[in-house]
Design a protein around this ligand. Structure first.
Ligand code: SF4
Ligand code: SF4
Ligand code: SF4
Length: 275
């Protein structure tokens, strides 16, 4: 697999399809993002089950350049979501798609998002390295479990997780879809959120972050893994992914032409949430 990724990268440089390539290289503890500017360096590329960072996060930095990206299913879906939101032009991105075998933590355990991954194979790519892989069918058992708790238990769970947060925003920085020039948490005028670590401000941050991801999240799990405090946050974004799918039949990152449901409207909307 590594050889085939290198070969496709080399070819893309030779054929003038890319000026820069975002891929994975060898890090100290796990694979780390690398930015390659010449074909002689493609041998630095690697692929293993620690390549869990979502590389789409770096794409906007290279806007205006022909940029290649080594993308697993979730990275490619984020690329598609960014194109749909007009953050990138399809013709500026060259996707070397890699059907993903699933990513693991340092104990060799598969991550939650990977356990239930429906799209290990990039739905959109310019070249695919390796055979397509089938996704899982049972997508949200963890969310269903959360939903089955009585409301006070759900609130308790949410509060206990939010309490651990130190508002470092590593989760935001790890996410390709958190690209606002000024995040609502940093805005002073208007000020949406008080500074400090009161429970209500932490809960507010977690809820609003999750809502901002509705219909935009590829469920890559990079946000939760970036958290230094082991705060569980995927149950919120996964719950919203499930809601968006059930209400609007929409799955993030499959079609570059399709806007997320909260980025558009339809006169056919049933508006069942209005009492
Ligand atoms: S969520 Fe899917 S595509 Fe993404 S790392 Fe896990 S298995 Fe791979
Ligand atoms: S919110 Fe988390 S899981 Fe969703 S795309 Fe962003 S980093 Fe990935
Ligand atoms: S990475 Fe963790 S601690 Fe930092 S803001 Fe996000 S949830 Fe809070």
């Amino acid at each position: 697999m590594i050889e085939r990724i290198r070969e496709e990268a080399r070819k893309a440089f030779e054929e003038g399809k890319i000026e820069i390539l975002i891929g994975f290289g060898r890090g100290t503890l796990r694979a780390t993002p690398i930015f390659i500017e010449k074909k002689e360096d493609v041998d630095k590329l690697i692929w293993d089950d620690t390549c869990w960072i979502n590389l789409a996060t770096y794409l906007r930095r290279f806007r205006g350049k022909k940029t290649g990206i080594v993308a697993k299913g979730c990275d490619a879906r984020s690329v598609v979501a960014l194109i749909a939101e007009k953050q990138l032009k399809r013709e500026d991105v060259y996707i070397i798609g890699v059907p993903c075998q699933g990513m693991k933590n340092e104990k060799g355990e598969e991550f939650l998002s990977c356990r239930y991954c429906e799209y290990p194979t990039p739905p959109v790519y310019d070249v695919l390295v390796g055979e397509k892989r089938e996704g899982k069918k049972e997508n949200y058992p963890d969310v269903s479990e959360f939903e089955s708790m009585p409301p006070e238990k759900r609130w308790e769970f949410f509060s206990e997780e939010a309490k651990k947060c130190i508002r470092c925003y590593a989760c935001r920085e790890a996410c390709p879809m958190c690209y606002c020039e000024e995040c609502f948490v940093d805005s002073l005028d208007p000020r949406w959120l008080e500074p400090g670590l009161s429970l209500s401000s932490l809960q507010f941050w977690h809820l609003v972050r999750a809502y901002h991801q509705a219909g935009r999240c590829s469920d890559c799990g990079a946000c939760e893994r970036a958290c230094p405090m082991d705060v569980k946050i995927l149950y919120l974004t996964r719950k919203l992914n499930k809601e968006v799918r059930e209400l609007f039949g929409f799955v993030t990152g499959l079609d570059p032409e399709a806007l997320p449901p909260l980025g558009t409207y339809s006169t056919e909307d049933k508006e069942e949430f209005i009492l």
